[in-house]
Design a binder for this molecule. Structure first.
Ligand code: AMP
Length: 288
Protein backbone atom coordinates (compact mmCIF):
# COMPACT_ATOMS: atom_id res chain seq x y z
CA UNK A 1 0.00 0.00 0.00
CA UNK A 2 1.17 3.54 -0.77
CA UNK A 3 2.44 5.67 2.10
CA UNK A 4 0.09 8.50 3.13
CA UNK A 5 0.81 11.96 1.78
CA UNK A 6 3.73 13.52 3.67
CA UNK A 7 2.90 17.01 4.88
CA UNK A 8 5.90 19.32 5.00
CA UNK A 9 5.95 22.89 6.27
CA UNK A 10 9.60 23.92 6.07
CA UNK A 11 11.61 24.78 2.98
CA UNK A 12 14.62 22.78 4.19
CA UNK A 13 12.57 19.62 4.67
CA UNK A 14 10.77 20.03 1.34
CA UNK A 15 14.06 20.51 -0.50
CA UNK A 16 15.51 17.40 1.13
CA UNK A 17 12.46 15.27 0.26
CA UNK A 18 12.42 16.49 -3.36
CA UNK A 19 16.18 16.07 -3.88
CA UNK A 20 15.87 12.49 -2.63
CA UNK A 21 13.27 11.77 -5.36
CA UNK A 22 15.68 12.96 -8.04
CA UNK A 23 18.64 11.20 -6.42
CA UNK A 24 16.97 7.81 -6.77
CA UNK A 25 16.26 8.55 -10.45
CA UNK A 26 12.51 9.15 -10.25
CA UNK A 27 10.67 11.91 -12.09
CA UNK A 28 8.95 14.55 -9.99
CA UNK A 29 5.73 16.37 -10.91
CA UNK A 30 4.58 19.49 -9.07
CA UNK A 31 1.15 21.09 -8.70
CA UNK A 32 1.17 24.49 -6.96
CA UNK A 33 -2.18 25.64 -5.52
CA UNK A 34 -3.73 27.96 -2.96
CA UNK A 35 -5.92 25.16 -1.62
CA UNK A 36 -9.74 25.02 -1.31
CA UNK A 37 -9.29 22.26 -3.85
CA UNK A 38 -11.88 21.41 -6.49
CA UNK A 39 -11.96 19.22 -9.59
CA UNK A 40 -9.90 21.80 -11.53
CA UNK A 41 -6.99 21.36 -9.12
CA UNK A 42 -7.52 17.61 -9.00
CA UNK A 43 -7.30 17.38 -12.80
CA UNK A 44 -3.78 18.83 -12.53
CA UNK A 45 -2.90 16.24 -9.89
CA UNK A 46 -4.20 13.43 -12.12
CA UNK A 47 -2.17 14.75 -15.05
CA UNK A 48 0.91 14.86 -12.82
CA UNK A 49 0.28 11.31 -11.58
CA UNK A 50 -0.03 10.05 -15.14
CA UNK A 51 3.29 11.59 -16.21
CA UNK A 52 5.57 11.46 -13.20
CA UNK A 53 6.76 8.82 -10.74
CA UNK A 54 6.35 11.05 -7.71
CA UNK A 55 3.91 13.95 -7.26
CA UNK A 56 4.29 16.95 -4.98
CA UNK A 57 1.60 19.58 -4.44
CA UNK A 58 1.71 22.82 -2.53
CA UNK A 59 -0.97 24.71 -0.69
CA UNK A 60 -0.01 28.27 0.06
CA UNK A 61 -2.31 31.29 0.07
CA UNK A 62 0.35 33.66 -1.18
CA UNK A 63 -0.09 37.09 0.46
CA UNK A 64 2.16 38.68 -2.16
CA UNK A 65 -0.38 38.17 -4.95
CA UNK A 66 -3.29 39.83 -3.12
CA UNK A 67 -3.84 43.58 -3.29
CA UNK A 68 -4.50 45.56 -0.09
CA UNK A 69 -8.27 45.60 -0.72
CA UNK A 70 -8.52 42.01 -1.94
CA UNK A 71 -9.76 38.81 -0.30
CA UNK A 72 -6.60 37.45 1.40
CA UNK A 73 -8.20 37.22 4.85
CA UNK A 74 -11.40 35.57 3.68
CA UNK A 75 -9.85 33.31 1.01
CA UNK A 76 -11.21 29.80 1.75
CA UNK A 77 -8.81 27.63 3.74
CA UNK A 78 -9.72 23.94 3.97
CA UNK A 79 -6.36 22.26 4.61
CA UNK A 80 -7.70 19.15 6.32
CA UNK A 81 -10.16 18.34 3.53
CA UNK A 82 -7.59 19.24 0.86
CA UNK A 83 -5.05 16.89 2.45
CA UNK A 84 -7.58 14.05 2.34
CA UNK A 85 -8.32 14.68 -1.36
CA UNK A 86 -4.63 14.77 -2.26
CA UNK A 87 -3.97 11.63 -0.23
CA UNK A 88 -6.79 9.80 -2.02
CA UNK A 89 -5.31 10.74 -5.38
CA UNK A 90 -1.93 9.37 -4.34
CA UNK A 91 0.01 12.62 -3.94
CA UNK A 92 3.32 11.86 -2.22
CA UNK A 93 4.43 15.23 -0.83
CA UNK A 94 2.35 18.19 0.27
CA UNK A 95 4.19 21.44 0.94
CA UNK A 96 2.13 23.74 3.14
CA UNK A 97 4.43 26.47 4.46
CA UNK A 98 3.51 29.51 6.53
CA UNK A 99 3.84 33.02 5.09
CA UNK A 100 6.79 33.64 7.44
CA UNK A 101 8.54 30.53 6.13
CA UNK A 102 8.17 31.70 2.53
CA UNK A 103 8.85 35.39 3.18
CA UNK A 104 11.06 35.77 6.24
CA UNK A 105 11.44 39.27 7.56
CA UNK A 106 13.84 41.24 5.40
CA UNK A 107 13.19 39.38 2.13
CA UNK A 108 13.68 41.89 -0.66
CA UNK A 109 13.66 39.97 -3.93
CA UNK A 110 10.78 39.89 -6.40
CA UNK A 111 10.36 38.36 -9.83
CA UNK A 112 8.56 40.54 -12.33
CA UNK A 113 7.82 39.64 -15.92
CA UNK A 114 7.77 43.19 -17.22
CA UNK A 115 5.42 43.95 -20.08
CA UNK A 116 3.19 40.98 -19.27
CA UNK A 117 2.45 41.50 -15.61
CA UNK A 118 0.29 44.58 -16.19
CA UNK A 119 -1.94 43.04 -18.86
CA UNK A 120 -5.41 41.45 -18.47
CA UNK A 121 -5.80 40.57 -14.78
CA UNK A 122 -2.59 42.44 -14.03
CA UNK A 123 -4.25 45.70 -15.06
CA UNK A 124 -7.05 45.39 -12.49
CA UNK A 125 -4.77 43.77 -9.92
CA UNK A 126 -1.51 45.77 -9.71
CA UNK A 127 1.28 43.67 -8.23
CA UNK A 128 -0.69 40.43 -8.61
CA UNK A 129 1.55 38.81 -11.21
CA UNK A 130 4.69 39.98 -9.47
CA UNK A 131 3.43 38.06 -6.44
CA UNK A 132 2.58 35.02 -8.56
CA UNK A 133 5.92 34.99 -10.39
CA UNK A 134 7.86 35.45 -7.16
CA UNK A 135 6.15 32.62 -5.32
CA UNK A 136 6.25 30.23 -8.28
CA UNK A 137 9.95 30.96 -8.85
CA UNK A 138 10.61 30.16 -5.19
CA UNK A 139 8.46 27.01 -5.29
CA UNK A 140 10.13 25.79 -8.48
CA UNK A 141 13.55 26.20 -6.87
CA UNK A 142 12.45 24.47 -3.66
CA UNK A 143 10.88 21.51 -5.50
CA UNK A 144 12.94 21.49 -8.73
CA UNK A 145 10.32 19.36 -10.48
CA UNK A 146 10.72 17.80 -13.92
CA UNK A 147 7.20 18.99 -14.80
CA UNK A 148 4.96 21.64 -13.22
CA UNK A 149 1.21 21.62 -13.86
CA UNK A 150 -0.96 24.71 -14.32
CA UNK A 151 -4.54 25.35 -15.43
CA UNK A 152 -5.57 27.11 -18.63
CA UNK A 153 -8.25 28.73 -16.45
CA UNK A 154 -5.63 31.32 -15.46
CA UNK A 155 -4.49 32.07 -19.01
CA UNK A 156 -2.61 35.29 -18.23
CA UNK A 157 -0.81 33.53 -15.38
CA UNK A 158 0.23 30.82 -17.85
CA UNK A 159 1.70 33.48 -20.18
CA UNK A 160 3.56 35.18 -17.31
CA UNK A 161 4.96 31.92 -15.93
CA UNK A 162 5.96 30.52 -19.33
CA UNK A 163 7.91 33.70 -20.00
CA UNK A 164 9.51 33.60 -16.56
CA UNK A 165 10.59 29.97 -17.03
CA UNK A 166 12.03 30.79 -20.44
CA UNK A 167 13.77 34.03 -19.42
CA UNK A 168 15.29 32.51 -16.27
CA UNK A 169 16.29 29.27 -18.06
CA UNK A 170 14.46 27.23 -15.45
CA UNK A 171 14.78 23.52 -16.02
CA UNK A 172 11.13 22.59 -15.84
CA UNK A 173 8.52 21.50 -18.34
CA UNK A 174 5.36 23.57 -18.01
CA UNK A 175 2.25 21.45 -18.55
CA UNK A 176 -0.98 23.39 -19.06
CA UNK A 177 -4.23 21.49 -18.48
CA UNK A 178 -7.70 22.35 -19.85
CA UNK A 179 -10.32 24.28 -17.88
CA UNK A 180 -12.57 22.07 -15.76
CA UNK A 181 -16.17 23.29 -15.65
CA UNK A 182 -19.31 22.65 -13.64
CA UNK A 183 -21.96 20.76 -15.64
CA UNK A 184 -23.64 24.06 -16.60
CA UNK A 185 -20.36 25.50 -17.94
CA UNK A 186 -19.16 27.72 -15.08
CA UNK A 187 -15.38 27.41 -14.78
CA UNK A 188 -14.50 25.86 -11.44
CA UNK A 189 -12.83 28.29 -9.05
CA UNK A 190 -12.22 28.45 -5.32
CA UNK A 191 -13.85 31.89 -5.48
CA UNK A 192 -17.17 30.41 -6.68
CA UNK A 193 -17.72 29.65 -2.98
CA UNK A 194 -18.30 33.41 -2.43
CA UNK A 195 -21.32 33.47 -4.76
CA UNK A 196 -24.85 33.34 -3.39
CA UNK A 197 -27.50 31.34 -5.27
CA UNK A 198 -28.49 34.24 -7.50
CA UNK A 199 -24.93 35.23 -8.28
CA UNK A 200 -24.03 31.62 -9.03
CA UNK A 201 -26.71 31.68 -11.74
CA UNK A 202 -25.69 35.14 -12.99
CA UNK A 203 -22.06 34.00 -13.18
CA UNK A 204 -22.94 31.79 -16.14
CA UNK A 205 -22.90 34.91 -18.28
CA UNK A 206 -19.10 34.65 -18.57
CA UNK A 207 -19.27 31.22 -20.17
CA UNK A 208 -22.25 32.28 -22.27
CA UNK A 209 -20.32 35.24 -23.68
CA UNK A 210 -17.42 32.97 -24.64
CA UNK A 211 -19.72 30.41 -26.23
CA UNK A 212 -21.44 33.12 -28.29
CA UNK A 213 -18.08 34.42 -29.50
CA UNK A 214 -16.97 30.87 -30.22
CA UNK A 215 -20.00 30.15 -32.37
CA UNK A 216 -19.70 33.45 -34.28
CA UNK A 217 -15.99 32.74 -34.84
CA UNK A 218 -16.84 29.20 -36.00
CA UNK A 219 -19.15 30.74 -38.58
CA UNK A 220 -16.20 32.67 -39.99
CA UNK A 221 -16.07 35.99 -38.11
CA UNK A 222 -12.39 36.65 -37.49
CA UNK A 223 -12.36 40.34 -36.66
CA UNK A 224 -11.31 40.78 -33.04
CA UNK A 225 -13.08 44.11 -32.54
CA UNK A 226 -16.36 42.58 -33.73
CA UNK A 227 -15.90 39.52 -31.50
CA UNK A 228 -15.18 41.73 -28.48
CA UNK A 229 -18.32 43.75 -29.22
CA UNK A 230 -20.41 40.57 -29.34
CA UNK A 231 -18.87 39.26 -26.11
CA UNK A 232 -19.50 42.57 -24.33
CA UNK A 233 -23.12 42.60 -25.53
CA UNK A 234 -23.73 39.22 -23.92
CA UNK A 235 -22.20 40.38 -20.63
CA UNK A 236 -24.41 43.49 -20.75
CA UNK A 237 -27.49 41.24 -20.91
CA UNK A 238 -26.77 40.33 -17.27
CA UNK A 239 -27.11 43.65 -15.42
CA UNK A 240 -25.66 42.23 -12.19
CA UNK A 241 -22.35 41.48 -13.88
CA UNK A 242 -19.78 44.29 -13.99
CA UNK A 243 -17.34 43.75 -16.83
CA UNK A 244 -13.64 44.18 -16.15
CA UNK A 245 -12.35 43.16 -19.58
CA UNK A 246 -13.36 41.23 -22.63
CA UNK A 247 -10.22 40.75 -24.69
CA UNK A 248 -8.92 38.95 -27.76
CA UNK A 249 -5.15 38.65 -27.42
CA UNK A 250 -2.07 36.71 -28.38
CA UNK A 251 -1.85 33.93 -25.74
CA UNK A 252 1.92 34.39 -25.32
CA UNK A 253 2.36 38.17 -25.32
CA UNK A 254 -1.19 39.05 -24.13
CA UNK A 255 -1.15 41.85 -26.72
CA UNK A 256 -4.40 42.52 -28.58
CA UNK A 257 -4.70 40.89 -31.99
CA UNK A 258 -6.65 42.39 -34.88
CA UNK A 259 -8.04 39.09 -36.05
CA UNK A 260 -8.03 35.50 -34.86
CA UNK A 261 -6.75 33.81 -38.01
CA UNK A 262 -3.46 32.86 -36.35
CA UNK A 263 -5.14 31.76 -33.13
CA UNK A 264 -6.04 33.85 -30.11
CA UNK A 265 -6.95 33.82 -26.47
CA UNK A 266 -10.47 35.11 -25.87
CA UNK A 267 -10.60 36.09 -22.20
CA UNK A 268 -13.18 37.67 -19.94
CA UNK A 269 -13.20 38.96 -16.37
CA UNK A 270 -16.26 40.26 -14.56
CA UNK A 271 -17.46 40.98 -11.05
CA UNK A 272 -20.56 39.47 -9.48
CA UNK A 273 -20.97 41.61 -6.40
CA UNK A 274 -17.42 41.84 -5.07
CA UNK A 275 -16.37 38.47 -6.51
CA UNK A 276 -14.10 38.70 -9.52
CA UNK A 277 -14.42 35.78 -11.93
CA UNK A 278 -12.38 34.94 -15.02
CA UNK A 279 -12.81 32.55 -17.93
CA UNK A 280 -11.39 32.09 -21.41
CA UNK A 281 -11.25 30.02 -24.56
CA UNK A 282 -8.18 29.38 -26.64
CA UNK A 283 -8.66 29.49 -30.42
CA UNK A 284 -6.03 27.28 -31.98
CA UNK A 285 -5.11 28.30 -35.55
CA UNK A 286 -5.95 25.80 -38.27
CA UNK A 287 -3.18 23.26 -38.77
CA UNK A 288 -1.57 23.57 -35.34
P1 AMP B 1 -5.28 28.38 -7.43
O1 AMP B 1 -5.43 27.47 -6.26
O2 AMP B 1 -6.50 29.15 -7.78
O3 AMP B 1 -4.02 29.21 -7.36
O4 AMP B 1 -5.06 27.41 -8.68
C1 AMP B 1 -4.02 26.46 -8.70
C2 AMP B 1 -3.91 25.89 -10.08
O5 AMP B 1 -5.14 25.26 -10.46
C3 AMP B 1 -3.63 26.96 -11.15
O6 AMP B 1 -2.70 26.46 -12.09
C4 AMP B 1 -5.00 27.15 -11.78
O7 AMP B 1 -4.94 27.60 -13.11
C5 AMP B 1 -5.55 25.74 -11.71
N1 AMP B 1 -7.01 25.77 -11.80
C6 AMP B 1 -7.87 26.50 -11.05
N2 AMP B 1 -9.14 26.33 -11.47
C7 AMP B 1 -9.08 25.48 -12.53
C8 AMP B 1 -10.06 24.92 -13.42
N3 AMP B 1 -11.36 25.19 -13.30
N4 AMP B 1 -9.62 24.09 -14.38
C9 AMP B 1 -8.30 23.81 -14.52
N5 AMP B 1 -7.34 24.30 -13.72
C10 AMP B 1 -7.72 25.12 -12.74
Amino acid sequence: MKAPVKIISTIAEMKAACREVTRVGKTLGFVPTMGALHEGHLSLVRAAKSRCDVVAASIFVNPLQFGPTEDLAKYPRTLEHDTKLLDELGVDLLFAPSADEMYPKGAKTYVEVTGLSDKLDGAARPGHFRGVATVVAKLLEIVRPDCAFFGQKDAAQVAVLRKMVSDLDLDVEMVVCPIVRETDGLAMSSRNAYLNTEQRQQALVLYRSLMRVQSVADQGEGDAARLIEIGKQVIAEEPSARLDYFAVVDPDTLDPVADISRGALVAVAAYLGSTRLIDNILRIPPGR
